[in-house]
Design a protein around this ligand. Structure first.
Ligand code: 2AM
Ligand code: CA
Length: 263
């Protein structure tokens, strides 16, 4: 497993260096749909990552956001987001990353998230802890909502997810604040590193959350869906916390939902 992780780290560093270089130049933006933009950097980063993964692990499956991967018969599958935070990248806001995760029979066993602008490398292997630049990280110790900083995310144009505005509003009243930085993989790492005490997002793809959720659990945090049921990589939504405030946050989601249904 260490070999898989080391290779993933090398690839993430190489792709991250490419993104940092392209970030300084004028961006070429195109649209997958009205609300889904993509840049030349997404495609170039993905081409690099897929090429490297194929040469190291020719039998492994690859699921990559821009469609460059391919499924195989292997028990091993890589989930790749060549640029998480594309909207930030396109606008010149320096919050984005590369993320790769390896799943064995559907369970994520290793993950890497690399923020090349701030030179922060987050890594985790199942059962072996979570690390930031090779230093062990742990979730925060906040035990009440009143002392929490939490985070969420919205799809561009917040298509069909207006309920999240209500969660956002409610948590703004209950804790230090709600951040919405625009890269789900980095938000998850911020929970793992104890910067945020909780994070949820209603609609994400598996490549956005595969590595980051492993980071959180390996840092001692808890992951579930929004009603406390089991988290599933291939389903929505995702909710992570330091564990200590998990139940209190679940109660807020339930309360918002209940009051909304009544209206
Ligand atoms: P991306 O930058 O790789 O597209 C924003 O909070 C998060 O949502 C980002 O991680 C972003 O990933 C993701 N995202 C962007 N557009 C999305 C969409 N249409 N559906 C689901 N997730 C999306
Ligand atoms: Ca992406």
């Amino acid at each position: 497993m260490e070999n898989y992780l080391n290779t993933a780290v090398d690839i993430a560093r190489e792709a991250g260096a490419l993104l940092a270089q392209l970030f300084k130049r004028p961006k070429e933006i195109s649209y997958k749909s009205r609300s889904d933009l993509v840049t030349d950097a997404d495609r170039r980063s993905e081409a690099l990552i897929v090429e490297r993964l194929r040469s190291h692990f020719p039998k492994h499956g690859i699921v990559a956001e821009e469609g460059g991967g391919g499924q195989t018969e292997s028990d091993y599958c890589w989930y790749v987001d060549p640029l998480d935070g594309t909207t930030n990248f396109a606008h010149g806001f320096p919050v984005f990353c590369v993320t790769l995760a390896l799943a064995y029979r559907g369970e994520v066993v290793a993950g890497v998230v690399y923020d090349s602008i701030h030179e922060e490398l987050f890594t985790a292997e199942r059962g072996a802890g979570a690390y930031l630049n090779n230093q062990r990280i742990r979730v925060s110790k906040a035990a009440t909502l009143a002392e929490c900083l939490v985070a969420t995310g919205f799809p561009p144009f917040a298509d069909n997810h207006d309920l999240n505005i209500e969660y956002y509003y409610r948590f703004t009243q209950l804790c230090h604040g709600v951040r919405r930085a625009g890269s789900a993989a980095l938000d998850l790492c911020s929970v793992a590193a104890g910067r945020f005490d909780g994070f949820w997002e209603l609609k994400l793809n598996p490549w956005d959350k595969a590595a980051g959720t492993l980071l959180v659990t390996e840092a001692g945090g808890r992951v579930s869906n929004l009603d406390g049921g089991p988290f599933e990589l291939l389903a929505d939504p995702v909710f992570v916390s330091n564990g200590l405030v998990h139940d209190a946050m679940l109660a807020v989601f339930a309360d918002v939902l209940k009051n909304r249904v009544k209206r």
